[in-house]
Structure formats: C-alpha cells, structure tokens
Design a protein around this ligand. Sequence first.
Ligand SMILES: Cc1ncc(COP(=O)(O)O)c(C=O)c1O
Length: 427
Amino acid sequence: MEFTDFGNKLSSHSGILQLMDDIARPLPEGVKARPLGGGNPARVEEVEKAYRRELEKLLADGDRFEDIISHYDSPQGRVGFLEAAAAFFRRTYGWDITAENIALTNGSQSAMFYLFNLFSGKAGDRTKTLLFPLMPEYIGYADQGIEDGTFVSLPSRCIYYPDRTFKYALDTEAVESYLSSHPEVGAMAVSRPTNPSGNVLTDSEINALSALAHRFGIPLIVDNAYGLPFPDIIFTDNAAPLWNEDIVLSMSLSKIGLPSIRTGIVIARKEIAKAVGNINAIAALATGSIGPVLAENLLSSGELTRLASEVVRPFYKAKADRMEAMIRRYFEGTEYFLHRIEGSIFCWIYLPSLRIPTLEFYSVLMKEGVITVPGEYFFFGSEEQKEGHPYPHEHYDRCLRLNYCGDECLTEEGVRIISEKYREYSV
Ligand SMILES: Cc1ncc(COP(=O)(O)O)c(C=O)c1O
C-alpha cells in the first residue's frame, strides 16, 4: 500500500494531532492529570441552558425535530440560518451582505482548510502561497496546506512592558514589502484574537492589513473564533469586528457552547461563499443542521450576543485574571514574561532562561501530569525551517501555551509545577 503526497502530508504527525491526542489520551497509572493543553472551552451553565431550552422547544414542536434530522441542508448551509445571520450582521454592523455572502461548514477548522487551499497551491503554471503576517499563529493551521511549502510567514514584532508583560505587533512595513516582492501570495490569514498568544490585533493593525489586501487584490482571512460579537472572549476595547469585500471572516459556535456540534460560519464576497459551499458538497455533502437550528432564534433575538457579552466574556475574564495572578505568584523571582491576555482561552508565557527547548520541557512536564503545548508548533512558514533551522524568532522554542479555563485547583497545581520545573531547568 502506498499513500499519495496528499495522503502522507495529511496523515503524518502534526502538532494539532498531538494536541487532540493529548486531550483524549490517559496518562500512565498513578500520574494525576493537570490539563492545560488542548483547546477545549469551559462549560458555561447559562449558555448550556439556553441551548437546552431551544432543543426542548424543537422537540415539543410536532415532528419538526424528525423533519430536521431526516434531511440534508444545502451545501452552503441551512437556508433559514443563512438568512437570519445575514439580517443580524446587516442590522448590527451595517455590513452589506445577504444570505449569499455566508457559507456554513462543519466547524471553523474545516472552513480554514477549504479557504487556505482555495488560495494557496498550484494555480495553472504558478504556485500561490498563503501569508501569515504575524507569527506565532494557531497550531491548527500549520499542516492544512495540501501542497508542501505553500505557507509563508513573517515574525511578529514584540513590545515589552515594565510589568513583565509583552504584546505581539504587526510589522506593517515588512508585510507591505513582502507583498510587493512576492506576487505569488494568494491570500493572508490571521486569527483575531490569536491562538496561542491571546493577542488581539488592534483596529489600526487590522485596517492596515485590510488596506494591503485591497491594494494587492488578495483576500484577508480573519479567523474570529474567539471574537465579537460571539463568543466575545475579548478583553480589549480596541477590537471592533471588521468586514468588507476584501475580508473573509470566519466565525464559530464552538467557543460559545457547541464545540461538539461543529458549526463554522464564513462571511465573504459571494463568489467565495459559493466556493466554500461547493467544496462542502464534495467533501461533506452538507453541514450538520443541529448547530444552526439551535442557534438561529438565539441569534435573531439578540440572546446569543447578550449571553456572549454578559455571561461568556465575564466568565473567561475572571478565569484569565486568576491565571495571571497565579503565574505572577508562582513565577515570582524567575525570568518570565506573559503575553497580555487580551482574548482567547489561552495564555502564552515566554521563559527565556529555559536551558532546553520547550518541546523537551513539554516532556518533562508531561511526566508530572502537566499537559501543555510547546511553543515550537506555533511558528511555521519560514524559509529557514525549510532548510532545517529554527524559526527566526527569539520566542520560538521558549514559550508555552496554557489553557486557563479548566478546573481551578488543577490549573493552579499545573502552574506551580511548571514554575518549579522552570527553576530546575533554568540556565
Ligand atoms: C483560532 C482558532 N481557529 C479555529 C479553531 C477551530 O474551531 P472549530 O473548528 O471548533 O470552530 C480553533 C479551535 O480551537 C481556534 O483556536
């Protein structure tokens, strides 16, 4: 048996596979798990109750439930939801869109897979690339290109503050210069808020990227899985949602209570939304109906966004504040820097004195039952890496991503153990 290049590339080891495996894999006997690794959101009771109410209404409504589960939706998604979503975004932000500008997918992970491969890879006799203008970026993108070597990236700038925090920033001039000298770039992509760092690109940064996308005639893909208006896990003011014909905005219901139901929402110019629907038809026939059905009334009535801003955001903000306090307490006296927690469900800690790469430190921590994600996976797409060198960013092998939304006692034990091991493994 022989796999194709596509088969080998997509079925071999990847960071995202390790991460999803770690979520599910039991630790050796007797080792207590402190799970700070995967991307699972927390359970938020009030949000769960809202979906339960929707489901109960559905079940009580004659044979509507049976009718829904016994039909495929259209490849672009459930028509009622597409119309409700278009009306909601028109009303809320004045975006000039209709149902034809929206496509649903089985989670935003698949949306990114479709989009990245729509815009990078072989196009006639040329090979198009996808530019990530601000590394580090989401581990789940790194291996999504069907063809090898089509993802390129630029390292972020880094601003350090006196209180041991830092923030990644866009090097706009570097992006502009890269685009000017690389006409093969087919699209740019960012997550906002960013997984892993919790960074939120400012309004002026996203506007600058959008202007560059327009000037160079390429789409800017913005992954809004944690952003506004839902789930609203975003703790800065300077981060209004942006959509225009140059932007492909990807949203998700996962971080607002429905990770297992797999509902991604892509808002884009009509040709792109249609293309996403067409890929859906080939790859999956259609998208699952239950997510859109559960969310439709909540979205139209404003309840989903109320839950996001009044319940989900304060819930995660309290957890983020506790995490920051824990890190400050346990790492006191060590050389550490914490990325400002501006959004998402992670924090990102830079450990410059570590004498081993974080990939090795990850294994040290794993033996203690502390599951983290080593930073190396979040840096991809450099020329240097293709030649076997590390990614050219001083943070490359000295950062850990920690999920802060699990059980508080276990999270605290995890942070304590990481700080102890950091002291032990410092230069
Ligand atoms: C930045 C980002 N994008 C996309 C996803 C995929 O989410 P889903 O496919 O559940 O919508 C995740 C999941 O953690 C994420 O962190």
